[in-house]
Every structure is written in structure tokens, then in C-alpha cells.
Design a protein around this ligand. Structure first.
Ligand code: GLU
Ligand code: MG
Length: 439
């Protein structure tokens, strides 16, 4: 810890600046420039070739420019570098596929309707020790909220939290999750764009600290069959004129109810964006506190949307579907505009549940108008194609996103065929571990 504390005290001045953006999957990409070029990166931008970035341009036409957003500048003391997020331009105009640009456009639209969105995430992850093969070793045997776990995990968790403020994140709660070696660290909510940046920074810190301890942190939605998955529940609220638009006279406002209705209406198509990997659908199965049925309720953790108890201006909804494999920029844009659609059309939320949805039989669910989330990435992509609101929320990224994801789905189908596995298998395959375990 000594080296770190010296570094955190700012003894190492950054000599390089990392220019960070994300690809279509939300994976951070970028280049480093000598710190002296910072001003140039803000004012003129730095040109780069985007042809090999997953989901970006083809090679015929790949000249892009990264312009730093100075409000995101942060120093990474333990590496002696600085980091900055930014927007991507092409031919002098915002590049439509840039996920950060997509979210900016969505929040601008929301602003024109009078709203600002705040989002607080609950990212979950596993810490693994890898044995050289895919045989994964769980270094800690704790369970939900265990404080003492006879291993280093809690120290690692605290160390992660100690690094977070350097990148502008305010850690709020650290705890052991249900799975062995599964953890959660919640950090302070912020406006949608800042929270999306924070999620990218958070994963970066978690992985870096885990690595220092010879561990590997994975945010893969379902790393092990039979164990709880990694969710990334989102607490969302809308504000208008500096006041919560979700607080009504006796509880939730009409606006909040319409927002819930909008999300429920678009939930199937949203899944393609909030749960965008083959592995995501191995998590969305009964028995692990992950949602399966499209419903909402107060406090009810079996529902897709839960309204936590609140005081004062703290009204918010908890959307339980998203997982950490989502590109946070695209996922937020899609969720917010789906909710806004509900507000504009004054939709009323159906499928209200107070009891455990998993204990109902099919007939009861149908009777209450409770539908089911897509069972696979393939199904979710079909839903996305049919949903104009969610498609439009993805703006210029929609075409590239679908094309990229279709390829991913087809590659998986080919793998299943070659292994003679059924298409609806809920087991976690080697194909998934190879593709998602590290990113
Ligand atoms: N790990 C669960 C999920 O996949 C969530 C557990 C919890 O309620 O925090 O969503
Ligand atoms: Mg949790």
C-alpha cells in the first residue's frame, strides 16, 4: 500500500495523457499523447485511424478525430498518467457511431423536454484466480454481506474504493455479494453522461487493483453456471427545474409512473442494449435475483423494475435488468428515451406485482399481463429491430451495433452446432469464457 499512498498524494506528475473513448461494446480504447499536447487535444482534436475499432468504420473510410472533454480530466497517480474522455468527430461533424456522442444527443433531447436524468449503478463482479486453463479458482468463499471471509478479498475491495476518488468517483457502499468471490461497490449517482464515464473508469480501477493482487476481476454477466450472475442495477430519476420530477403528492409522481410504463413497454428491445452479450441471457434465469419477467413493484426484488422506499426528493426507480457487459452510454440513451416515450404518450404501467413473480404459474402471469424478457441475444436483436423508439435512441450507432451483434450471435450459433449443443442451453460455454472473461 505504500507505493500507492505516495502516488495518491500526488508525488508522480503525469507525463502522458490517455485519450479515452469506448468501442461499440463499451470497451475502453484510446491512445496516449505526451501531456504537453493536452490543449491541442481539447481545441483541434487528435486524428486517429478508427478502422480496427470494434463496430467503427470500415477501412475505406476511417479517419476520425478525438476531441478531449476537459471536464473529465483526471490523474491516475499510480500510473503517473492523466486520462480524459472525449467525443469523436468525422469530417468536422460528430461521428454518429461514437457511443458517448449518442448519449450526449439523448440527454440533450431530454433537456429540450425539460428533464435532467440522474443514474446510480450497482455494478457486481467476481474476483478470480486463474489456473492457466479455464479452470477457475475462487479465492474467497464468502457470501452475501459476509464481513469476514478468511482471505484478502475485503482488503482488495477497500483498496479499490481508495483509488476511486482519484478518478472522480465517490464510493458509497462496499459489500460481498451472494456468489463466492462476488463483490459489489456502489458509487455516488451523477448525471447520465458522468455516470457512464464513471462506469468505464470503475471497471478500469477494479481490474487494475485486482491485477496488482494477482487476481482477475470479471464483469461477465454469468461467469459460472449455477452461481449468481453479475448484474448492474441502475437507479434512475428525472429532475426538472432543480426538483425531482419523480416525487408526487403521495409517493411517485405521474411522470415517474409514465416513465416506468415506457421502460416496461420497450423492455424487450432494451434488452439488446442493456444485456448485449450471448452470456447476458445465461444470467436472466429464475433463481438468482436476476429478472426474467416484465413487471414492476415497490420493494419487490423479483420484479424487473423496483421502486425502493424513499424520503424527500430521493424518488427513483431501480431497473434490474442491465448487466455490466452493457455499453453504458448506449444503454443509458436507450433506457432514458424509452422512459421519455412513456411520459410523452402518458402510458400507464401494467404488470404491477407485490408477490414473487417466480412463484406464479404461466396462467397467472398471463392473466396479470406479465410478459417475459427475451431468452437470448438473437431474440433480443429481433425485438430491437421492431422497436422504433429504442432504435432511434441509438442514433447513428444503431446500424453498426446490430450488424456487430448479429455476427456475435451467429458465431455463437456456429459454435453450438459444432459442439452439438442445443440452442437454448443455459450452461456457460467455453466460447463465452474466451470471448467475455477478460473484457
Ligand atoms: N446478482 C444479482 C443479479 O444478477 C443481483 C443481486 C442483488 O439483488 O444485488 O442481478
Ligand atoms: Mg447486488
Amino acid at each position: 500500500m505504500n507505493e500507492i499512498s505516495t502516488a495518491i498524494q500526488g508525488k508522480m506528475k503525469p507525463r502522458f495523457l490517455q485519450l479515452v473513448f469506448v468501442d461499440i461494446n463499451g470497451v475502453p480504447k484510446g491512445m496516449e499523447i505526451p501531456i504537453g499536447r493536452y490543449e491541442e487535444a481539447v481545441e483541434d482534436g487528435i486524428a486517429f485511424d478508427g478502422s480496427s475499432i470494434p463496430g467503427f468504420q470500415g477501412i475505406e473510410d476511417s479517419d476520425l478525430v478525438f476531441k478531449a472533454d476537459p471536464s473529465t480530466y483526471a490523474e491516475v497517480p499510480w500510473e503517473g498518467i492523466a486520462r480524459v474522455y472525449g467525443y469523436i468527430y468525422k469530417d468536422g461533424k460528430p461521428y454518429g457511431v461514437d457511443p458517448r456522442g449518442v448519449l450526449k444527443a439523448a440527454t440533450d433531447y431530454l433537456k429540450r423536454e425539460g428533464f435532467t436524468a440522474y443514474i446510480g449503478p450497482e455494478p457486481e463482479f467476481y474476483l478470480f484466480r486463474k489456473n492457466g486453463t479455464w479452470e477457475l479458482h475462487l479465492p474467497d468463499g464468502g457470501g452475501y454481506f459476509d464481513l469476514v471471509t478468511l482471505d484478502k478479498a475485503r482488503g482488495v475491495r477497500r483498496e479499490i474504493a481508495l483509488y476511486m476518488p482519484a478518478l472522480g468517483l465517490v464510493p458509497e457502499v462496499l459489500h460481498h455479494e451472494v456468489g463466492k468471490a462476488q463483490h459489489e461497490i456502489d458509487f455516488r449517482f451523477s448525471d447520465a453522461l458522468k455516470t457512464a464515464d464513471n462506469i468505464v473508469s470503475f471497471k478500469y480501477i477494479v481490474k487494475a487493483v485486482a491485477e496488482m493482487h494477482g487476481l482477475h476481476a470479471t464483469f461477465m454477466p454469468k461467469p459460472i453456471y449455477g452461481f449468481p450472475g453479475n448484474g448492474m442495477h441502475l437507479h434512475v430519476s428525472l429532475w426538472r427545474d432543480g426538483q425531482s420530477a419523480f416525487v408526487g403528492e403521495n409517493g411517485l409522481s405521474e411522470t415517474a409512473l409514465h416513465f416506468i410504463a415506457g421502460i416496461l413497454k420497450h423492455a424487450k428491445a432494451l434488452a439488446a442494449v442493456t444485456n448485449p452479450t450471448v452470456n447476458s441471457y445465461k444470467r436472466l434465469v429464475p433463481g438468482y435475483e436476476a429478472p426474467v419477467y416484465i413487471s414492476w413493484g415497490y420493494r419487490n426484488r423479483s420484479a424487473l423494475i423496483r421502486v425502493p422506499a424513499f424520503w424527500g426528493s430521493g424518488a427513483r426507480i431501480e431497473y434490474r435488468c442491465p448487466d455490466p457487459s452493457a455499453n453504458p452510454y448506449l444503454a443509458f440513451a436507450a433506457i432514458l428515451l424509452a422512459g421519455l416515450d412513456g411520459i410523452k404518450k402518458k402510458l400507464e404501467p401494467e404488470a404491477y406485482v407485490e408477490t414473487n413473480v417466480y412463484e406464479m404459474d404461466d396462467a397467472e402471469r398471463t392473466g396479470r399481463g406479465i410478459d417475459t424478457l427475451p431468452g437470448s441475444l438473437g431474440e433480443a436483436l429481433e425485438e430491437l429491430k421492431r422497436d422504433r423508439v429504442v432504435r432511434e435512441a441509438l442514433g447513428g450507432a444503431y446500424g453498426n451495433f446490430v450488424e456487430y451483434k448479429k455476427k456475435e450471435w451467429n458465431a455463437y450459433l456456429e459454435y453450438l452446432e459444432s459442439m452439438e449443443l442445443p440452442e437454448n442451453t443455459k450452461k456457460v460455454t467455453e466460447w463465452e469464457l474466451e470471448r467475455y472473461f477478460y473484457v
